[in-house]
Design a protein around this ligand. Structure first.
Ligand SMILES: [Zn+2]
Length: 176
């Protein structure tokens, strides 16, 4: 029962902040920042249940919205907010809150290529970076096709991170 009370309390903390955003002028960055700040403030509740580790919630603390291409993605912020409410209305548990918040942050952080789709399944391609190198990797999340920028197949198993806006601009994936 305690978990149920916790999840409603925590959900309310997110909801109150989201409801305060100006829905007419809201940007993806505003929504991202609200999720991240609220997550930071409440991380101990997620960690108590092992959810911080399971959903890698603390990794997001390093991904500042000023440095990553959140505003350049083609996602619609109002649709993202709808996803938040809909998925939590279906299952209001701390586990689902952790899952939904991490998947929304992920969606806003990883840049999807324009004018290029997966050669295998024709779905969208995300651009990621090897954690400890400068290698950029093109990734299809659906069929797991992966390629280096130069077209060589990627078979690495390293952790892949979001790519900074400055690098995407430097490499011409985003026009300045
Ligand atoms: Zn694919």
């Amino acid at each position: 029962m305690k978990n149920r009370r916790y999840s409603i309390q925590l959900y309310t903390r997110f909801k109150e902040r989201i409801d305060k955003l100006d829905i007419v002028h809201i940007s993806k960055k505003d929504f991202y920042d609200v999720l991240l700040v609220t997550l930071k403030e409440n991380i101990k509740y997620f960690n108590k249940l092992g959810l911080g580790k399971k959903y890698e919630l603390e990794k997001y603390f390093a991904f500042d919205s000023a440095i990553y291409p959140i505003e350049y993605t083609e996602l619609n912020v109002r649709s993202l907010i709808k996803v938040f409410y809909k998925q939590l209305a279906e299952d209001l548990t701390l586990e689902n809150l952790a899952r939904v918040v991490s998947s929304l942050l992920d969606e806003m952080l990883y840049y999807e290529l324009r004018d290029f789709s997966c050669p295998r399944c024709d779905l969208g391609i995300l651009i990621k970076q090897e954690h400890d190198s400068k290698n950029l990797i093109l990734v299809c999340e659906t069929c797991l096709w992966r390629e280096y920028e130069n077209g060589q197949i990627y078979e690495g198993i390293k952790e892949l991170s979001p790519v900074k806006t400055s690098i995407l601009k430097e490499k011409g994936f985003i026009e300045d």
